[in-house]
Ligand binder design. Structure first.
Ligand code: CTP
Length: 406
């Protein structure tokens, strides 16, 4: 008999067990993930250890089980920040109502919650609780918060519970959890398989001194959605992102930068690429005379910030002497004469397409969930209706696919 395909080889999964009866199903999840080649590390809350012993979990996982924030041994060996960083995906299973509430509010008072707050990996959570707790408005509000931040909630299933009660609240079965993890970690072949893409996203922070900076209101939602959609279509994607509060999109190599100059260097290092989408709101200027130590406030003596121009990443790609991407897409955030300005920008920056959007404050585009864009190409203008940022991403990726599969 042959086992399942080793499609998770090289992937590192961190499973966080919290205190619910469904803990007894987790060794089965770990076993199945390992069968597919994943390296699986487990971390348990104190309550979880009352349902299943660390000995049992450790016997099936790839490493010792981590349980304590304050353990000198555990901190010396790996440390909670490395535990948080050293994984491609975090699966919280079972996720109790209490853990979801802590995650939603950013509490960090034990190893599990600290790791969940510190991780940049995508988080999947499989809730397990009594139906009344699941349906409580507090739990539902916490779930909305978590979903908005990009946490994927798997289940719960409905049916008989450990208590004599039925309803939604049962953790989904191990096989379903393994499928959810695999779907997130393994890029399926798609129309852009074999193609490489670079996406810039988010704002940049330009220092004034070590504690102050100039920034803008970009959330990164649009750029991140495009990176995720390109990866879903099979492309090998590098996302260069400024400071955002979004999780790294699944299946995407993420480079975190702060300044425009760092973003420019990271993009250059990621070349060559078939596709580049510049969705970042790069600061046009940086402070030339930024302080190396904190500028002190002296009454009546106002500091004068001298600005200097930042590199234009999009324009640099447009006229790149050796590695111009085959398809170069820029954004134009405008507040008036949107199409006209965007058409001029397309020519000036030598890109193939521009997605122009109206960012007048009344549209709520910056930081919002929706976008209304016009796709400007050499052939003309296509105006899309107001749709979600992820729908804009899917539509853009469909247009990109059409170019590469024509
Ligand atoms: N862009 C970039 N590097 C910069 C500035 C902008 O890559 N230093 C990219 C953005 O990611 C976006 C496009 O250029 O794709 C348009 O940015 P925008 O700020 O609208 O263009 P500007 O040249 O700054 O024009 P404006 O005069 O409207 O500010």
């Amino acid at each position: 008999m042959t086992g399942p395909a080793p499609d998770l080889a090289g992937k590192r999964v961190l499973i966080v067990l919290t205190g619910g009866i469904a803990c007894y199903k987790v060794p089965e999840v770990i076993r199945r993930l390992k069968e597919r080649g994943a390296f699986v590390r487990a971390l348990m809350t104190e309550a979880a250890t009352r349902f299943v012993t660390p000995l049992t979990v450790g016997a099936v996982s790839s490493d010792r089980v981590y349980t304590e924030l304050w353990s000198r041994d555990e901190e010396a060996e790996v440390g909670h920040i490395r535990l948080a960083r050293d994984g491609d995906l975090v699966l919280v299973a079972p996720a109790t109502a209490h853990t979801l509430a802590k995650m939603a509010h950013g509490l960090a008072d034990d190893l599990a919650s600290t790791v969940l707050l510190a991780t940049r990996a995508p988080i999947l959570a499989a809730p397990a609780m009594n139906p009344a707790m699941w349906q409580h408005p507090a739990t539902q509000a916490n779930l909305r918060t978590l979903r908005d931040r990009g946490v994927t909630i798997i289940g719960p299933a409905s049916g008989a519970m450990a208590e004599p009660e039925t309803g939604p609240g049962r953790m989904v079965e191990p096989a379903d959890l393994v499928t959810a993890v695999t779907d997130r970690l393994v890029p399926r072949p798609g129309p852009l398989t074999g193609r490489t893409a670079i996406v810039t996203s988010g704002p940049t922070h330009e220092p004034i001194d070590p504690v102050r900076f100039i920034a803008n209101r970009s959330s990164g939602k649009q750029g991140h959605a495009i990176a995720e959609a390109l990866a879903r279509a099979g492309a090998s994607v590098t996302l260069v992102t400024g400071p955002v509060i979004l999780p790294d999109p699944p299946g995407v190599a993420c480079l975190h930068v702060e300044t425009a100059e760092q973003m420019c260097a990271a993009v250059e290092a990621a070349l060559p690429a078939d596709i580049a989408v510049c969705a970042a709101a790069v600061a046009d200027w940086r402070v030339a005379n930024a302080g190396t130590s904190k500028i002190k406030k002296v009454s009546g003596d106002l500091p004068i910030l001298e600005l200097t121009e930042n590199p234009d990443i999009l324009a640099g790609l447009g006229r790149h002497p050796t590695a111009r991407p085959t398809l170069l897409v820029g954004f134009a955030a405008e507040t008036d004469r949107v199409i006209e300005h965007a058409q001029a920008k397309r020519l000036k920056k030598r890109c193939d397409w521009i997605l122009a959007n109206d960012v007048s404050p009344e549209t709520g585009t910056f930081g919002g969930e929706h976008n209304r864009v016009h796709l400007i190409t050499a052939d003309g203008v296509e105006s899309w209706p107001q749709i979600s940022k992820s729908a804009v991403a899917s539509r853009l990726v469909a247009a990109i696919q059409a170019v590469f599969t024509a």
